[in-house]
Design a protein around this ligand. Structure first.
Ligand code: 6PG
Length: 248
């Protein structure tokens, strides 16, 4: 398995992961003057984004040279409390505005349908992210993982898991039915650097199955990252890592 596993004490987690992400962005900016980052949604990343957008870390990045995308988005207005864009706006984009203005590419959820939103976002990704062998290759992809093993909005047994051409597509949450737009495996697996973010006891069994089990991605889509050529880092807090035997 080509993944690095780092475990942090819960109280140090957000700052430690923010250090790693900021360092990775800075490395890309030093190497090539640009960096494309796809943000994770949900509840885990908020404190990490807050740590990234506050001193001392916020001044380590030339944010004007960064492009921000979304690994997935709920099909709601950007001011809806469910919106990943709203969460990123509140925890990262607005707080860092006094230091710099990254170019932000949200999923346009005002279009007529999630399908149209996905088609538009596919074009944005192809236009704004440098390609490797014809597929946009994100410099950094941040991913959370659900207790069911989903990542972005790639849920177990989702038809999106078989997508081979589109960079993103429309889908629905399997239980609550909320419409979403999610990146697909071709884009996920083409990323250069993937950070997988998992915290809390509730993720411990799934962390064990992902890192020490052998379930197929059809059952645990987060295991797709292990099939990518990316540099993959799993960042867990001690609670999420509590069931790991091989990675401590
Ligand atoms: C979303 C996320 C999703 C999230 C996981 C983990 O829009 O919900 O992109 O993939 O990362 O569900 O969510 P938590 O961080 O809230 O546990």
């Amino acid at each position: 398995m080509n993944a690095l596993v780092e475990v942090f004490e819960s109280r140090l987690y957000a700052g430690s992961v923010a250090d790693e992400i900021v360092a990775s962005i800075s490395d890309d900016l030093a190497d090539k003057g640009t960096c494309t980052v796809a943000l994770a949604g949900g509840g885990t990343p908020g404190n990490i984004y807050r740590a990234m957008s506050a001193p001392p870390r916020v001044t380590e990045v030339e944010w004007d040279k960064v492009k921000l995308f979304f690994g997935d988005e709920r099909w709601v207005a950007h001011d809806d409390t469910l919106s990943n864009h709203r969460m990123a706006q509140e925890t990262l984009i607005a707080p860092l505005a006094r230091y710099g203005r990254p170019k932000v590419f949200p999923v346009e959820t005002t279009l007529d349908s999630p399908g149209e939103g996905a088609a538009r976002y596919d074009a944005v990704l192809r236009n704004e992210v440098a390609a490797q062998e014809g597929t946009p290759s994100l410099d950094i992809l941040l991913l959370g993982v659900g207790e069911d093993g989903h990542t972005a909005s790639l849920f177990p047994h989702s038809p999106l898991l078989n997508e081979t051409r589109k960079m993103c597509d429309a889908c629905a949450h399997p239980t609550d039915g909320t419409q979403r737009v999610s990146i697909t495996p071709p884009l996920l697996q083409k990323a250069r650097r993937i950070f997988v973010l998992m915290t809390g006891e509730g993720k411990s069994e799934m962390a064990r199955r992902i890192l020490e089990g052998d379930d197929a991605p059809e059952k645990i889509p987060a295991r797709l990252v292990l099939q990518s050529k990316a540099r993959v880092s799993f960042f867990l807090d001690s609670a999420a890592a509590s069931k790991l035997k091989l990675h401590r």
